[in-house]
Design a protein around this ligand. Structure first.
Ligand code: NGO
Length: 524
């Protein structure tokens, strides 16, 4: 897109003459507070200073000035801003005097690998980071400084003011994750991509896919082809199954990478394996295939620990999965192996964990794997209720980092209240305030701040069938878990959070997200 200099100058002059809307400086939510402010962002930034006199107006002549190495994020930003504004927003190497959003890479020791500095001034927006990841997270903040109509997919005729001020920001924990259980119910690649876009806006950087469970196997494994074609047919309650071909799976992983999200694939074992064991008879100790199951019982299945075929199977699956995985971790499950005797469980873990290492990956698994004294590179994922867990505390003391997904706070499949039409309640009812009301660093005795890898919000899908269902359970709780993982503890404050959260709702409406209108939040 080329515009003549005369046209550009005329447009700039007329916009400047139109003036900027007056906005008052007041605490968020207070009467007279501006509609948007750098202090409203979710997750809360490390530091933010609003300057309403520094609002920037996006116009038809604004350019995106992208330094070398920032092109991918610049194109993504353009893709975010163009549909609703209808402006060309060309990505150019230099602003050349035009009003611009500038993306720059630098070496700022304050912000690490995912932090950023964002300055919104009357004459332009400058976003700086040390990496493309940091720029991407900064773009998510920038989005929230624009009117929520920016998320509309069609041109909106209105002004586009970016709230003025400065932000310096970086994450508290390296990992902020979401998990989607595609085994209990299958979700098409486009549904997974939709969720990726939804979570990315809250600076979630990891998507854990639970790819196999008793009710279905969801990833093509070429050396054991029936896992997908037969074991993938079933889902909870006899609902339709499905699986990802390796090409589809690679495409999901690449899409996630374009949103600066790393995918962690999980094959749950030695329990939660009925789909595999009903497909291949040789995975059972008696050599007989078990019947497929679509109920939601847990803890009844176990791979045959004494059989060499089991480890050939595991190695084939791990090898193929590792080849599909650019990220460092493979998740090997390990939860609720109630029908694997404890000694067998240890035997299994000690054989399987080195297989993961053999294919160049690190182990992550549910916290039960801590019992097996995994290598310090392994990340046990804690899913219990907090308090004492000597195995997990011992792992932390040995040097393992722990990922926090307490079922009574972070499980997105828990109902909000007894009337919630979806979800379960075995761990807790989790209202929005409960999901926000915990601190990873004081959850498990002996697992302090420095031993924590991050947080993850798992969405198990026994009762979840559609994208609307996913949205209803994830919103508004997922942003709360993301904030716990990203924001400094000093920003943690329910009264302030609920006001900031309320301001997100018009964005969800614009994005078509079907969210739960909790009575704890004044949605307006
Ligand atoms: C448990 C269980 C899953 C269930 C989930 C339902 C873990 C780690 N194992 O969490 O199989 O789907 O609860 O909330």
């Amino acid at each position: 897109m080329r515009l003549s200099r005369a046209v550009l100058t005329a447009a700039v002059v007329s916009l400047t003459a139109a003036g900027l809307p007056a906005s008052a400086s007041a605490a968020p939510g207070a009467p007279g507070a501006p509609e948007r402010s750098v202090t409203d962002i979710v997750p809360a930034p490390v530091s933010a200073k609003a300057d309403p006199r520094a609002d920037f107006r996006l116009t038809p002549v604004t350019v995106i000035a992208a330094d070398r190495g920032t092109g991918q994020v610049a194109d993504y930003l353009r893709g975010l801003l163009r549909p609703a504004t209808g402006y060309p927003l060309p990505v150019v190497p230099h602003a050349a005097g035009l009003p611009s959003i500038s993306l720059k890479l630098g070496h700022d020791p304050r912000i690490g690998t995912e932090g950023y500095e964002l300055k919104v001034a009357r004459d332009g927006v400058t976003l700086k980071a040390n990496t493309a990841d940091g720029l991407f997270e900064g773009v998510q903040s920038l989005r929230q400084l624009l009117p929520s109509a920016i998320d509309a997919r069609r041109v909106q005729h209105r002004t586009w003011t970016v709230a003025g001020g400065t932000i310096l920001d970086y994450p508290r924990f390296a990992e902020r994750g979401a998990m989607l259980d595609v085994a209990r119910h299958f979700f098409e690649p486009d549904q997974v991509k939709l969720y990726i876009d939804q979570i990315a806006q809250y600076k979630v950087n990891t998507l854990h896919l639970h790819l196999a469970d008793d009710q279905g196997w969801r990833i093509e494994i070429k050396s054991w082809p029936k896992l997908a074609t037969v074991g993938g047919k079933t889902a909870v309650d006899g609902d339709p199954g499905g699986y990802y071909t390796q090409a589809q799976y690679r495409d999901i992983v690449a899409y996630a990478a374009s949103r600066h999200i790393t995918v962690i694939p999980e094959i749950d074992m030695p329990g939660h394996t009925n789909a595999a064991q009903s497909t291949y008879a040789e995975l059972n100790c008696d050599g007989k295939a078990v019947p497929p199951r679509t109920d939601t019982e847990v803890g009844y299945s176990s791979l045959c620990i004494s059989s060499p075929i089991t480890y050939r199977f595991v190695e084939d699956v791990v090898r193929e999965l590792a080849a599909l995985t650019p990220g460092p971790y493979l998740h090997i499950g390990g939860d609720e192996a109630h029908s694997t005797p404890p000694a067998d469980y240890l035997t299994f873990e000690r054989k399987v964990q080195p297989i993961v290492a053999k294919y160049g990956k690190k182990v992550t698994g549910w916290h039960e794997i801590a019992k097996s004294v995994p290598p310090v590179s392994a990340v046990p994922q804690y899913w219990d209720f907090g308090g004492d867990n000597p195995d997990v505390a011992a792992a932390a003391a040995r040097g393992n980092k722990i990922l926090m997904s307490p079922a009574n706070y972070a499980y997105l499949d828990m109902k909000y209240n007894p009337q919630t039409p979806l979800g379960q309640d075995w761990a807790a009812l989790i209202e929005v305030r409960d999901g926000y009301g915990w601190d990873p660093a004081t959850l498990v005795n002996g697992v302090g701040e420095s031993r924590i890898a991050g947080v993850e919000a798992p969405l198990w899908t026994e009762t979840i069938r559609t994208s609307n269902d996913i949205e209803y359970m994830a919103f508004p709780r997922l942003p709360g878990i993301a904030e716990i993982g990203w924001s400094p503890r000093s920003t943690h404050n329910w009264d302030a959070y609920r006001l900031r959260l309320a301001k997100q709702a018009p964005r969800w409406v614009a994005q078509g997200i079907d969210f739960y209108r909790s009575p704890q939040v004044d949605w307006k």
